[in-house]
Each structure stands twice: as C-alpha cells, then as structure tokens.
Design a protein around this ligand. Structure first.
Ligand code: PCA
Length: 191
C-alpha cells in the first residue's frame, strides 16, 4: 500500500533559547514511520505566519494528517494537546515582535476545536515506550495554540486530521532520544 503523507512540524528557537528541541526531535526522525511517509517543516515562532505556512504545505503535499510539535519548557511529560482555543494572548512577543493580548485568532469562529488525531492513543503509546506522557487540555495562548487552532479550523470537516504535541525541554530525564522515541510512538498510534 502507498504510504500516506504526514506533515510534521517543529519550531525555531524563541524566548532567547539557542535551540528548540521540537525541531531537533522532528529533524532526527526517520522518513517512514508506521504507514506514513514523513514530510518535515521548520516553522517560525510567529502568530499567523506559522499556521499559514503549515496549512499551505499540508495542502501542497496533500497531507492526510498534520502533527505539530512545540516546546513547553516547564512540563515534565510529553503532552499531546486535546484542544485548540480561539485566542491569542502573548506573555512575550513572538519572533516578529507581535504581542497580541486577548484577541481572537479567527473572529466569529468557534471558541475551540478538539484535535482530530487520536491524542489519547498517543499518550498510551508514548507511555508504553517508557517516556512520561499525559493528555493536556491547554496548548496555552501563544504561537503553538495559534497553530493548532488555525489548522483545526481550516481543516474542519475535511479529511485532513491534525494534532499538536508539546515536548519538555531537553534534560537528563528527557534526552533528545526520548523525545524522538515518544514522537515515533505517537505517530505509530495514528490509525
Ligand atoms: N513553543 C511555544 C511556541 C513555539 C514553541 O516551541 C508555545 O508553546 O506556544
């Protein structure tokens, strides 16, 4: 059977950090996982722009699924996100200097969308490979949520499914290899 195409994205560094482990992990993944052929894309940490680039790429390559990955530095588990919400509220400016405060992403659009990839199954699969994981009900109000919400909004009622996974900062407990293993397990859990 022809593999389906999965667009997988990571982010550039932001907030003064020299690297973003989301892209380091995505970059290190093999090109084929489970029934998917992976197409990798590095995104800028910019409201609107990140989502526009990911959406355009997903359409150009006819992706059947989009899995976005970002850093949530304070977390102590790999956390698939259950929901994207229709708000932008920046604690720090994005990499283009934008710092929206409490603005909708899409005026007159629904308040929230649930992720359309199987996030619960991803949590189970990640745990099964020995990496701490938990389902998250908030992707925050910064660029990661902006990306997740916008993709779910634009792909609503289409065949293209989407989800987001926040990874913790690299540490002794979460070396890059563990983040990669977690992402592979998550992708294998997509049915
Ligand atoms: N994390 C940020 C944006 C880019 C990233 O890797 C976030 O959680 O919104």
């Amino acid at each position: 059977m022809e593999p389906e195409t999965l667009l997988i994205t990571g982010f550039m560094p932001f907030g003064g950090d020299p690297v973003n482990p989301s892209w380091e992990a995505v970059k290190a993944l093999p090109d084929r996982i489970g029934g998917f052929s992976l197409h990798k894309l590095l995104l800028p940490v910019e409201f609107g722009c990140a989502a526009d680039l990911a959406y355009a790429e997903a359409q150009a390559i006819r992706a059947s699924a989009v899995l976005c990955v970002g850093l949530a530095a304070g977390r102590t588990a790999v956390t698939p996100e259950a929901i994207g919400i229709n708000i932008r509220d920046a604690r720090i400016p994005d990499n283009a200097g934008a710092a929206p405060k409490g603005e909708p992403i899409e005026p007159d659009a629904p308040a929230a969308y649930f992720s359309t990839l199987p996030v619960r199954g991803m949590v189970e699969a990640i745990r099964s490979c020995g990496v701490p994981s938990a389902l998250s009900y908030t992707a925050g109000t910064y660029v990661c949520n902006d990306l997740l919400y916008t993709l779910l909004h634009r792909f609503a009622n289409t065949g293209t499914r989407a989800a987001f996974i926040h990874v913790p900062a690299i540490s002794e407990q979460f070396p890059l290899t563990a983040l990669c293993r977690a992402l592979e397990a998550a992708i294998e859990a997509i049915r």
